[in-house]
Design a protein around this ligand. Structure first.
Ligand code: MF3
Ligand code: CO
Length: 269
């Protein structure tokens, strides 16, 4: 038992939830995962440079596939539990897991989340951004802005030896203050050696609750913010696409972060 084991064991004995040592990345793993995250960011930058009205979401899928494979990576969603495409494209009232489609054409006024996940040399990365197409409504603009603020406030609330709930609390409070809701059953996840590792990261839990943030942990901050109710339904035909129950807009921003001894590193910016 080394001193970190003692510290984790002591916290666990006090009833705290602590990560298994296998969830704490080594310096070598961190280096390799950062390379994957850098490619993931470059893919998102590539999408940002080309996304426009008149393009289909299948065009975005091709941008992601070609750029990723052209740089030695593999799009992580492709074939993941049967997901048929290389990226998730979630337009307007789609909360997440939208499937790129030739017949879905981006129109002025749309808001879209593009969620890119990459495997490079066996290491996983994951991040998403909101894009706005042409002139959008004030209502859509505010939702996207508040969602970005939520994630930034979540990041500010995160500190080594704090708790995942601190992040959730900051996000949920800001969303609610603006009259919005946070989706409860779908959240973030550990990442790096696998696409989805422990812990599940909720964005509705109280301050000081959930897993302790131990240096070496890597996970996503990816709240889904709805302008109306947090309730949703899943497309029965494709089994993936998640829509708001009330038809209201939904936005999401996803960062992948590393807990260090001194703070929180965003690996995907
Ligand atoms: N960032 C999303 C997530 O973590 C990506 C899902 S890809 C899919 O759930 F293949 F599962 F759709
Ligand atoms: Co994710």
């Amino acid at each position: 038992m080394d001193s970190l084991d003692v510290k984790l064991w002591t916290l666990a004995a006090k009833g705290q939830i602590v990560p298994d040592r296998s969830l704490l990345k080594t310096p070598e793993q961190i280096q390799a995962i950062k390379k994957s995250a850098d490619l993931n960011t470059a893919v998102l930058d590539h999408v940002a440079a080309h996304i426009q009205a008149g393009m289909s979401t299948a065009d975005i899928d091709r941008l992601v596939y070609d750029y990723t494979t052209g740089h030695g990576g593999i799009p992580a969603p492709l074939g993941y539990e049967g997901f048929p495409k290389s990226v998730c494209t979630s337009v307007n009232d789609v909360i997440c897991h939208g499937i790129p489609d030739e017949n879905e054409i981006l129109q002025e006024g749309d808001i879209i989340n593009v969620d890119v996940s990459t495997i490079l040399d066996g290491y996983y990365s994951d991040a998403s951004r909101m894009f706005t197409i042409g002139k959008i409504s004030e209502r859509a603009r505010k939702l996207v802005q508040v969602t970005r603020e939520c994630v930034d406030l979540g990041l500010k609330a995160a500190k080594p030896w704090g708790h995942l709930g601190d992040i959730a609390w900051a996000i949920n409070s800001h969303a609610r203050k603006n009259g919005y809701s946070v989706v409860e059953e779908i959240g973030g996840h550990g990442i790096g050696l696998e696409f989805h590792e422990d812990p599940f990261v909720s964005y509705v839990t109280p301050k000081g609750s959930e897993m302790v943030l131990v240096p070496g942990m890597m996970f996503t901050i990816e709240p889904m913010i709805n302008e109306g109710s947090p309730d949703f339904f899943i497309d029965e035909d494709n089994g993936w696409t998640v829509y708001t129950e009330d038809g209201g807009l939904s936005a999401q921003v996803e960062y992948m972060v590393l807990v260090t001894e001194t703070g929180i590193d965003v690996l995907t910016r």
